[in-house]
Design a binder for this molecule. Structure first.
Ligand code: PDD
Length: 280
């Protein structure tokens, strides 16, 4: 595989980042994941807009323009012959010297890394026909989940707990309400109304969420942005999650209880179809 590091395209084995980089020592870094379908990048501009917001929130100066990122994404998709898959992008604060809690000087060059992952048949994932099982796990992440940092240890722990409990993913809960999945936004459907938590610092502002809610409203579906509980979700007609890599993924079981009749519902199916149609 050919990867990108600070302007260079290198074989993955030749790529190097300093052990003093704050991305490595302190998770002082942000990332984006852009899906590739039929060789085309999905929602690229949305991901760039969020990258800017994440970097601004951490006072990391963006070292590249959107056009530079676009060119690098296309170059990597090309060189690695990616038809379906994703491009991972990470920008860290860098670090010229020793470990220190204080940020390094402002002129410290950030580290930029990009790589591809091939996922043949990404849009036709069999899981989209059977749906995911999820379990509730307490949300113990930090309070700025709107910044897409690489602090992913707690979501990884929650994912492992979900696996251990025989599920595909965890729905994180705080003060009794679902915030989001480990790496996706969460929704329920009741009486034709799509319910998903409102945007705040408590959740990541999903790029797929924005697109799916726009398509839902255009299709005259009603959307309610408010928190919901696991108990309410278990009583819902349907549930699903959205993310750049899962698109719209139905959820058919929550904490061992079937949602509706336990099969993939019409709203999730329709939204998945619309999303894949519109973004290709
Ligand atoms: N995760 N919430 C969290 C906590 C996420 O990590 C993600 C994305 C989302 C969905 O955002 P978007 O629709 O912009 O992908 C919501 C990516 C895919 C990941 O970590 O691989």
């Amino acid at each position: 595989r050919t990867v990108y590091v600070n302007g260079d395209y290198l074989p993955e084995d030749a790529a190097r980042v300093s052990i003093f980089d704050r991305g490595f020592l302190m998770a002082d870094a942000v990332y984006e994941v852009v899906s590739v379908l039929d060789g085309r990048l999905l929602d690229f501009d949305g991901h760039m807009a969020r990258l800017d917001r994440s970097l601004d929130a951490l006072a990391i100066a963006n070292p590249l323009s959107h056009d530079d990122y676009l060119a690098a994404h296309r170059e990597l998709v090309d060189r690695n012959a990616i038809t379906d898959g994703l491009v991972y992008l990470q920008v860290t604060r860098g670090n010229p010297g020793d470990r220190d809690f204080a940020y390094p000087p402002e002129d410290t060059p950030p580290t930029v890394v990009m790589f591809t992952q091939a996922k043949p048949g990404l849009a036709d994932a069999p899981a989209a026909r059977t749906g995911w099982k999820v379990v509730g796990v307490e949300d113990l992440r930090w309070g700025r989940r709107d910044i897409k940092t690489v602090q992913l240890l707690y979501p990884s722990m929650a994912k492992m707990e979900a696996r251990a409990r025989g599920a595909d993913d965890a729905w994180l809960t705080e003060a009794g309400h679902v915030t989001e999945g480990t790496s996706n936004n969460a929704y329920i459907v009741r009486g034709g109304v799509i319910v998903t938590r409102e945007l705040s610092r408590d959740i990541l502002h999903g790029i797929t969420r924005a697109a799916v809610l726009r398509f839902a409203r255009e299709a005259q579906m009603t959307v309610e942005e408010r928190p919901f509980t696991i108990a309410e979700a278990q009583q819902a007609d349907e549930a699903f999650v959205t993310s750049a890599s899962a698109f719209v993924m139905p959820v058919v079981e929550i904490d061992g209880k079937k949602v509706g009749d336990g099969t993939v519902g019409p709203v999730a199916t329709r939204l998945r179809e619309i999303y894949l149609e519109e973004s290709r």
